[in-house]
Design a protein around this ligand. Structure first.
Ligand code: NDP
Length: 434
């Protein structure tokens, strides 16, 4: 802990995994003998670089860019890029660390990485975004490649940004290496269904959890936090499965629509106008808007899907959800529940789907995009969606099985950590000491 002081998010992520690995170390002493834990918490490399760009008034700005290449045991480094003012080394490391095990769970050949910059895209013009992306890639290109490291989108990085990043990469490298980035526009190297994949995948995962507990989405009340890429498509698929989504949010506040959220309106506000969620009440007068984010967890629901950001559900919010009768909580965002909240859910009979399993549909579909790029063909939407559905079923089955095998039946946190970890640890041992 001393070694990683000031890296709170990273320590939190490591602690959560290590606690669940205790039964593995009891059964697999070779991991201790070969010091696997020390090897797995140290990234292969952390790259940090200056990004200098000019705004529309010709003022020069400087941001810090990062790429944490954590592990390529299972395949090329793979993980998103986040552009957000809160980005720092600790957040990059926690995300890259979690990505190793998430990517391992998909069953596809991808290692773990994450990157980004402390750049705030809010209020920036399209030209400013483009110049920032070009400046960012002018440094990042030296460290990535289709068989080396394949970045993608995350918070603040969508298909537009990936397009600008890829354009700059191509100009510098003088080659069409479509597999170097995922999340590209369909028709320009991107896969159909990638945009929907994390949200849809989350709902497919919850469907498995519900089925095992003899329940379904039909007529369930759902609360989703966030209103970005993951949240929108989680709401869409949950609604498609017969649930009623009554609330969603952005970083300013949340809306509650007792008749069920109108997704067309949300898409218009967020995807077309890039506006605030508060404007929803202009379209739907019966809905209510409340300032502040955490209040969303006071809304009674059967299923809660946190899809915004890290640490958005603390112990208190968890206890409120439980008191209001929540049956399932599944994480669309990365680490949205803190450790206290997770323990509250697990100790009070709430079915809990951890991020590294429940939101792995996005990166799995990114790996399908890489496969399409390598074979130079495109698959139809339904074909990708079907593969995504199968992958989510398989992830759920692996987590459930690992939890049972190690004496924690029903605990998907332990199951996901163990199933993801064992594959990476075994690969590490097979490659020898380095
Ligand atoms: P987006 O940038 O598209 O959306 C993020 C959303 O969360 C926005 O609506 C944002 O509001 C909102 N938000 C941010 N902070 C808060 C807060 N404190 N409380 C409430 N809402 C907040 O990002 P994504 O949807 O892509 O990502 C969301 C999460 O899912 C992240 O944790 C990401 O790492 C994770 N994830 C994403 C994947 C993907 O495929 N996109 C894959 C796997 C995980 P505002 O508009 O105000 O900023």
């Amino acid at each position: 802990k001393e070694k990683y002081a000031h890296q709170n998010e990273f320590l939190q992520a490591v602690e959560e995994i290590f606690i669940s690995l205790v039964p593995v170390f009891e059964q697999r002493p070779e991991y201790i003998k070969h010091n696997v834990l020390s090897r797995i918490v140290e990234p292969d490399r952390t790259i940090s670089f200056r990004v200098t760009w000019q705004d529309d008034q010709n003022r020069v700005h400087v941001n810090r860019g990062y790429r944490v290449q954590f592990s390529n045991v299972v395949g090329p480094y793979k993980g998103g890029l986040r552009f957000h003012p809160t980005v720092n080394k600790s957040i990059m490391k926690f995300l890259a660390f979690e990505q190793i095990f998430k990517n391992s769970l998909t069953g596809l050949p991808i290692g773990g990485a994450k990157g980004g910059a402390d750049f705030d895209p809010k209020g920036k013009s399209n030209s400013e975004i483009m110049r920032f992306c070009q400046a960012f890639m002018t440094e990042l290109y030296r460290y990535i490649g289709p068989d080396v490291d394949v970045p993608a989108g995350d918070i603040g990085v969508g298909a537009r940004e990936v397009g600008y990043l890829y354009g700059q990469y191509k100009r510098i490298r003088g080659a069409h290496e479509a597999g170097v980035l995922t999340g590209k526009q369909p028709g320009y190297g991107g896969s159909l269904a990638r945009k929907e994949a994390t949200g849809y995948g989350l709902v497919y995962f919850v469907e498995e959890m519900l089925q095992d507990a003899k329940m379904s989405f039909l007529d369930k009340t759902v609360v989703v936090s966030g209103s970005g890429n993951v949240a929108i498509y989680a709401m869409e698929k949950a609604t498609h499965f017969g649930a009623k989504v009554v609330a969603c949010s952005d970083s300013n506040g949340y809306i509650y629509d007792p008749e069920g959220i109108d997704l067309k309106v949300i898409k218009e506000i967020k995807e077309v106008n890039g506006d605030r969620i508060s404007t929803y009440v202009n379209y739907r007068p019966n809905a209510a808007y409340t300032e502040g984010c955490t209040g969303i967890w006071t809304i009674p629901c059967d299923i809660a899907l946190p899809c915004a950001t890290q640490n958005e559900i603390d112990g208190e919010s968890a206890r409120t959800l439980i008191a209001n009768g929540v049956k399932v909580v599944a994480e669309g965002a990365n680490m949205p529940s803190d450790l206290e909240a997770i323990n509250e859910f697990l100790n009070n009979g709430v079915l809990f789907g951890p991020a590294k399993a429940a939101n792995a549909g996005g990166v799995a579909t990114s790996a399908l995009e890489m496969a399409q790029n390598s074979s130079r063909i495109y698959w139809a939407f339904d074909q990708v969606d079907l593969k995504l559905h199968e992958i989510m079923k398989s992830i759920y089955a692996q987590c459930k099985q690992a939890a049972e095998d190690y004496g924690y039946a029903g605990n998907l946190v332990v199951g996901a950590n163990i199933a993801g970890f064992v594959k990476v640890a075994d690969g590490l041992l097979k490659e020898g000491v380095y």
